[in-house]
Design a protein around this ligand. Structure first.
Ligand code: SAM
Length: 260
């Protein structure tokens, strides 16, 4: 039974520090209510009766620690979100060269699959490495099954060619066809603590740095720029930019950059 979801200032500070250290996500005073709501949900699920007990639980259970980090990050995404970047790519790049692409905060996979279906439709040869810190999002991404409200922006010809419609109890869902799934590999990668092991022609790191402070943003940009090939493209979310950060990129379109 949950009897308490109020945090002392010390508990708020402790939980915020844990989230910041693990994912880079800043939970400031403004986001207090969000933290409490998500904490209350985890406490309900784990049948933990006090915040103090929950803090003990995440200190002793790596599994619940991961669940807590998952619960405190924002995973919202959908197909063809901010598609200008992809349109730019299709217009600018030559489809006779093989492309290595990284979707670096892929959430449940919609970003990576949106890129994949458009590249397939335009006869590109490519592979996409898609990663996220959240185990639950990666599980969804690997399954490749989506509810219909996520695909509102997908053009009908693409929908028809690359998505399978569900039947019976799955009638409100679609699944990525295997020919799309085979181009995308999902793996866990923490932008804060993991080191890229490969280099890429294009990196999408969208709608995640908005949750980071400038120190973390700089560290992530340094790391991703190392993983970008010279002349490669780097995309951040449409409401994000790299103002105030050091980098060797030039702006080529809103929130889109090219390595010098
Ligand atoms: C709002 S979603 C963005 C999804 C997609 N890129 C888009 O633009 O629609 C942000 C994702 O960043 C992930 N994330 C947060 N901190 C991270 C970190 N330190 N390393 C990797 N992924 C992280 C979250 O788990 C979440 O799935």
């Amino acid at each position: 039974m949950v009897t308490e979801t109020k945090l002392t200032p010390e508990q708020h500070q402790k939980l915020s520090r844990i989230v910041y250290k693990e994912s880079g996500v800043v939970i400031n005073k403004k986001k207090y209510n969000l933290l409490v709501a998500r904490l209350a949900k985890r406490m309900r699920i784990t049948k933990t009766s006090s915040v103090a007990d929950y803090i003990d639980l995440i200190s002793s259970s790596p599994n619940e620690f991961n669940e807590f980090i998952d619960a405190t990050t924002t995973n919202h995404t959908f197909f063809f979100r901010e598609n200008k970047h992809c349109e730019f790519m299709l217009k600018t790049l030559d489809n006779t060269n093989h492309l290595k692409i990284w979707s670096a905060a892929s959430s449940s996979g919609e970003e990576a699959f949106s890129i994949a279906v458009q590249l397939l439709a335009n006869s590109f040869s490519f592979n996409i490495y898609a990663s996220d810190v959240s185990d639950s999002m990666l599980k969804k991404a690997k399954r490749g099954v989506y509810s219909k409200e996520r695909i509102d922006k997908v053009p009908s010809s693409i929908l028809h060619t690359y998505f399978q419609k569900g039947k019976g109890q799955w009638k409100d869902y679609v699944r990525m066809k295997p020919e799309v799934q085979k181009h995308v590999v999902f793996e866990k990668f923490n932008l804060l603590s993991d080191t890229p092991f490969d280099t890429f022609d294009i990196i999408f790191c969208r709608n995640v740095m908005i949750y980071f402070d400038s120190k973390t943003r700089q560290a992530v940009v340094n790391s991703l720029c190392k993983a970008l090939k010279p002349g490669g493209y780097f995309f951040v979310g449409m409401s994000e930019n790299l103002h105030g950060l050091d980098h060797n990129l030039r702006a080529v379109l809103p929130s889109g950059y090219q390595k010098k």
